[in-house]
Design a protein around this ligand. Structure first.
Ligand code: NAP
Length: 679
């Protein structure tokens, strides 16, 4: 029985009965699923996301959402074989599916981990430090980020039915914004199975994830400025969506990842006998053939010094000739099929277009020798290498993307020229430079950076650790300017912030401190009834302050510290040399001596709930301390944050060290772990 794809709408699975379109296997053409979204109420979906999913997510802290993400990824990971079994019909090899399925789950785990480690156990984020706005210090501003109160509509390309869905879902969910996801129809049966597992886990709050298999109907008509559209696909569809009246009228955030003519550049130093030459050949072939070249990050343009062109062409041809094409389930097959015959027709058409400016030097787009699969009804194609001898005068090679195993080799005569050639792609996701020459790296990287979202510099020292040209990583920006869509996904927490509104809140420091649950300079600093180190995490309150007694720093202290630590730097030991230094009035105390004495002034020595000091942030020494000066410390609870382990909490303390004239000589934030009450 044919698999009729269901959509997940308003908390239920809906099976369509009309308007069904066939989805064919890329391997043998048989119908593997049928798809339609006829009859779905898109307005109700948006409403359900906004009024059920949004409030449910916003009721959770970042840490709670992160924990759900982790648990969902673990649940799906334990059942991922179901996804692997289905995905073979998309033409993907096991290795391709690892990128898609394991890579997608890895991205969710990465966001779960960042949410726990880098975000507060709150429902909002405070960004940066407060800015004082008045002379007397009674008016200030601070930036906060809160989740948008709309829906993230996420429309994906066919090539990564799992990764594409998950890399967009995870940051939106972590931000607190519900998702309506729509996979490309050609591979929607894999996404349907993925979403089925995610829902089956029972871990997602109601309304936080809905799925549309099929078209989006009038969905976009219902979007407002609280919504975000994330799109991956062709430049044509992106243009249509971006110009949709509701999107432009309501300034709906629109993030696009689309066509990209990514480059690989061989440095002039990387001649045939160098490791960089071999690394280059290997990476180009890998990028042409993984996912049969249906990868947004695949290398499409290969730039080499004119003197190396013949040698590179021969090396690439020799390696491409070893690629075995066929049914990806068969052992030894290195490259599967394109996703569909329609996609193959489109790739052949684009090759013909590129061939108006280039010649094919490897492969025949019209034939393929395959192992297993059905060459007549499947969507197989050979890798195709073209060569364009006059790339400066060409345009199609820099603008037409054949979304398959296709790339064009082009010679260059100088670094300035290759920088110009790369820029002719008018914005790409990624480029790789293969060189061992620091001057080449400097010139090319700074010449092309503004045209890219990501750049790799590969050489003999770094190659073994390289994550590869084609891998978007959760911690790094994925996106690119211009033709690549002007969008930005992932990039660690940057990807989460796309789903949040940044707001400057102005008011008195006390009000801002209360709103942000953290101490803001100028806010009231009530004296603590007991030393704060004697109280556990729950009993500490931002703003609580102790003022320590003072102590004199003598010349003997400085000399003792110098000999004890070995830090006999002249500014502490040699009066004449210190005076000659424009920063010092004469011999001064070590900065680390000030820190050590400050700790000596503020610690409570007895065993207690304060367990460990694990660092200092934002340390500045603002004024020299001379022998005979007196210092004292003000210690304030700045901010608290639940740690991963329930037994501890992180406490950030604002520390200010003053001299006898009440001038600030040092400021820093002290980070400690404090015990929590058992739950
Ligand atoms: P596509 O035809 O543009 O489709 C992309 C998505 O948009 C699909 O989910 C498609 O759904 C949907 N769509 C099409 N028309 C729509 C409309 N009028 N309203 C709402 N949604 C609509 O692209 P594709 O063929 O899937 O993917 C290949 C292209 O994507 C290539 O050009 C490649 O460069 C680009 N791509 C870019 C990246 C990147 O990160 N930059 C990654 C992968 C792919 P249906 O399938 O149901 O039509």
């Amino acid at each position: 029985m044919t698999n009729i794809l269901k959509s997940y709408v308003l908390g239920h699975w809906v099976t369509p009965t009309t308007g069904l379109a066939d989805i064919a296997s890329a391997i043998d053409g048989r119908v593997v699923a049928r798809v339609s979204s006829a009859g779905l109420d898109f307005a109700a979906m948006v409403d359900y996301a906004r009024n059920t999913g949004g409030p449910a997510l916003r009721a959770l802290t970042f840490h709670e959402r992160a924990d759900i993400l982790k648990a969902v990824a673990s649940y799906v990971g334990e059942r991922k074989e179901r996804l692997y079994a289905l995905a073979a019909d998309t033409g993907a090899t096991k290795r391709d599916n690892m990128v898609d399925i394991d890579g997608g789950l890895g991205t969710v785990f990465a966001y779960a981990s960042r949410g726990r480690k880098e975000l507060p156990s709150e429902k909002f984020i405070v960004e940066g430090l407060a800015e004082s706005l008045s002379k007397t210090g009674n008016f200030a501003a601070i930036h906060i980020l809160t989740p948008l109160q709309g829906v993230a509509v996420q429309i994906n390309a066919f090539n990564f039915p799992c990764w594409g869905t998950l890399e967009k879902f995870a940051p939106a969910f972590l931000a607190g914004v519900p998702v309506i996801t729509k996979p490309a129809s050609a591979t929607a049966y894999v996404t349907e199975a993925l979403v089925d597992l995610m829902i089956e886990s029972g871990l997602l709050p109601p309304g936080s994830l809905q799925l549309i298999c099929g078209g989006t109907g009038d969905l976009l008509d219902h979007l407002t400025g609280q919504d975000v559209v994330g799109f991956t696909g062709s430049i044509e569809t992106s243009g249509k969506l971006r110009n949709h009246p509701a999107i432009s009228r309501n300034a709906v955030r629109f993030v696009a990842e689309r066509d990209s003519l990514n480059s690989a550049v061989l440095g002039p130093d990387a001649v045939a006998s160098t490791p960089e030459f071999e690394l280059f050949v290997r990476e180009v072939v890998q990028e042409m053939t993984v996912k049969a070249g249906q990868k947004c990050t695949a290398i499409r343009r290969i730039f080499v010094p004119r003197e190396q062109e013949a040698a590179i062409a021969e090396a690439l041809k020799a390696r491409l000739a070893t690629i075995k094409i066929g049914d990806p389930r068969i052992e030894g097959v290195r490259m599967g099929a394109l996703v569909s015959q329609a996609q193959r027709a489109s790739v052949r058409e684009t090759i013909a277009l590129i061939a108006t400016e280039a010649e094919i030097i490897f492969g025949d787009p019209m034939t393929a020798e395959v192992i297993g699969g059905d060459v007549a009804s499947g969507a197989f194609i050979q890798p195709i290498l073209l060569r364009c001898g006059r790339p400066l005068e060409a345009s199609v090679v820099h603008s037409a993307e054949a979304f398959g195993p296709v790339a064009t080799l082009m010679p260059y005569d100088s670094l300035d020229e290759v920088i110009t050639l790369v820029a002719k792609g008018e914005g790409s996701l990624v480029a790789s430079l293969f060189t061992y020459d620091p001057e080449v790296a400097d010139k090319v990287i700074f010449g092309i950076a503004s045209y890219h979202g990501r750049l790799l510099v590969i050489d003999r020292d770094s190659a073994s650790g390289s994550t590869g040209h084609g891998s978007p990583l959760p911690g790094l920006v994925h996106g690119g300017p211009g033709r690549a869509g002007g969008g930005e996904e992932l990039g660690g927490l940057r990807g989460v912030y796309h789903f949040m509104q940044r707001t400057a809140v102005q008011g008195g420091p006390g009000r801002l401190a209360a709103l942000t649950r953290q101490y803001v300079k100028g806010a009231p600093t009530p004296a603590t009834p007991t030393h704060p180190f004697t109280r556990g995490y729950e009993d500490l309150h931002p703003g609580e302050t102790i003022e320590t007694p003072s102590r004199v720093i003598s010349l003997e202290d400085i000399e003792h510290f110098a000999h004890f630590t070995g830090d006999t730097f002249y500014a502490h030991m040699d009066e004449a040399a210190a005076r000659a230094n424009p920063f010092f009035p004469g011999r001064v105390a070590h900065g680390y001596l000030i820190l050590s004495f400050a700790a000596g002034l503020f610690v409570d020595p007895a065993p207690g709930p304060l367990l460990a000091n694990y660092g200092l942030d934002n340390l500045r020494f603002l004024k020299p301390v001379s022998p005979g000066d007196t210092i004292r410390v003000r210690l304030t609870v700045k901010h608290k944050r639940a740690a991963r382990q329930p037994q501890y909490g992180e406490v950030r303390w604002d520390v200010e060290v003053f001299n006898q004239n009440d001038e600030t000589v040092a400021v820093y934030e002290l980070l400690t772990m404090s015990a929590r009450k058992p739950v």
